[in-house]
Design a protein around this ligand. Structure first.
Ligand SMILES: [Zn+2]
Ligand SMILES: [Zn+2]
Length: 239
């Protein structure tokens, strides 16, 4: 009986693609249509083993990228699910700027389809990149916290939203050079709860990694406060 009722409900109100609203054939957990799925480029090897930058297939084996040969990273490794383009870019944009906080869950369900880079269970805690309180008031939520919570629920790891805080306002990074970005974020984060990070293996969570300056600065602060190890996971990566 329940099955029949459910079937009727699906007939009258078919499940919709979370990203574009197209009615879906019910298959599995991911609320995404084939069109949106085709517009996502999931990252898979060959990649840079440190920052996770994907290489063209013909470049063969994993090897350090040019950036990693030059920059000093504080995190151990960084990985991203997909490229910041197409469906991924639009969905993250709507999540952040159109208040569509409900998109965090279907975005995280995409982990199902991505390359299995990360052993989430090997981390003690997930720590989302925080927003400055002023930005948080404007937006109403921290997208990295929503993503961290959804990943934590899915993978059975505790997400700790308030161990890191953004103490100093930094300007939007969009028009800045790499060096300016690093200076812009330097000293803008601090650890609010050092006892929560001491000796811990931490996975830092954010929506997008661009140059890596933000996550690098967060990792630096976490290590300074006594964290054992910090790796990074972002949904998307700008290449
Ligand atoms: Zn769709
Ligand atoms: Zn690299």
């Amino acid at each position: 009986m329940e099955g029949i009722v459910e079937g009727l409900i699906d007939l009258i109100f078919p499940p919709l693609c979370a990203f574009c609203g197209t009615p879906l054939a019910k298959d599995g957990k991911v609320e995404i249509c084939q069109g949106c799925l085709r517009n996502i480029r999931f990252i898979s090897p060959p990649i840079c083993p440190t920052c996770g930058l994907p290489f063209p297939l013909e470049m063969g084996e994993d090897h350090l990228c040019g950036q990693c040969l030059q920059r000093q990273w504080h995190f151990g490794s960084a990985r991203a699910l997909g490229l910041y383009e197409g469906t991924m870019r639009e969905a993250i944009h709507h999540l952040k700027y159109s208040g569509r906080s409900f998109l965090a869950k279907p975005l995280v369900e995409l982990l199902e389809r991505g390359y299995p880079f990360i052993d989430y269970g090997s981390y003690d805690i997930l720590v989302p990149v925080p927003l400055h309180p002023k930005r948080l008031r404007e937006r109403g939520f921290n997208q990295a916290l929503l993503l961290g919570k959804a990943i934590g629920r899915r993978e059975g790891v505790s997400c700790r939203g308030f161990v890191l805080k953004k103490a100093r306002w930094s300007f939007p990074q969009i028009s800045l050079s790499l060096k300016e970005r690093e200076e812009n974020v330097r000293g803008s984060f601090s650890v609010a709860d050092p006892a929560a990070v001491r000796g811990k293996r931490i996975l830092l969570i954010d929506d997008v990694m661009t140059t890596g300056s933000t996550v690098n600065e967060c990792a630096r602060e976490l290590l300074k406060a006594g964290a054992g190890e910090v790796d990074v996971f972002t949904l998307a990566r700008v290449v």
